[in-house]
Design a protein around this ligand. Structure first.
Ligand code: ATP
Ligand code: MG
Length: 224
């Protein structure tokens, strides 16, 4: 599968999810190849993942110019036997659009705050443009696009309220069942360059990331 983490809202959790998704796919029973393409010039994902050399993982940095645009890099990867994860920047509509256009799945992390929901307009606009291209037959298929609630705090109803708001505003964009909690281990694990599973396999965060991978696999195989 080719997955883009997309949101024009800064700090929503794109890189955190990209890193953990990359490593959970890599560590799965099937020992699949994974390519992480960091399309943010800040290179957050690369900076964390480069600390360990991992078999079957290739890391790329994309730029807005040829020959390293996301689509140029994608052409060099055998996507039949490699999962690809695009981590995108909050400030570039063009890069996000290109990554999403080439993807089978797009995940949009949303923090449980109305300010975050209000900031989704540009992201959704790009994804709707891609859907229109598919409807007009200009591309084969638009990616499946899902919101994921990230940084939900235990014991509050905010995540529920935000889900209701998302359903109202964007009824054609489903919300993933998996919710990621606000957990220190998501931050702690970065210090060691590890995923939350590697850092503490018994943590709630590790379970959440496994659930995320499982749910994504299900969506991907259903949509094929
Ligand atoms: N579920 C979580 N629990 C605790 N902290 C989190 C969680 N998700 C993200 N964070 C923290 O929130 C901050 C922003 O996350 P991250 O860098 O992944 O977002 P981003 O969308 O990639 O940001 P940018 O738009 O700047 O690229 C980081 O400090 C990260 O460690
Ligand atoms: Mg980031």
């Amino acid at each position: 599968m080719i997955v883009t983490l997309a949101s024009r809202k800064g700090g929503s959790g794109k890189s955190t999810i990209a890193i953990n998704l990359t490593l959970v796919l890599l560590g799965g029973r099937l020992k699949q190849n994974v390519a992480l393409i960091d399309a943010d010039e800040q290179r957050s994902s690369i900076n964390i993942l480069k600390r360990y050399k991992r078999e079957n993982l290739t890391i790329y940095g994309a730029t807005i110019d040829k020959p390293n645009r996301p689509s140029d890099i994608l052409k060099t990867i055998n996507t039949k036997n490699t999962h690809v994860i695009f981590d995108t920047a909050p400030h570039s509509q063009e890069m996000m659009y290109e990554c999403a256009l080439k993807s089978s799945l797009v995940i949009i992390p949303v923090q449980p705050s109305l300010l975050d929901v209000d900031a989704l307009e540009k992201t959704i606009k790009a994804l709707l443009t891609i859907r229109t291209l598919a409807e007009e037959g200009q591309i084969q298929k638009a990616p499946e696009c899902y919101f994921i609630i990230n940084r939900a705090k235990a014991g509050t109803i905010l995540a529920y309220q935000i889900k209701q708001q998302l359903k109202k505003m964007y009824p054609n964009f489903p919300i993933m069942k998996t919710v990621l909690g606000e957990r220190e281990v998501y931050k702690q694990s970065l210090f060691t360059g590890q995923s939350v599973m590697e850092y503490d396999r018994k943590s709630d965060a590790a379970q959440e990331i496994k659930n995320l991978a499982k749910e994504l696999n299900g969506i991907y195989h259903k949509g094929k």
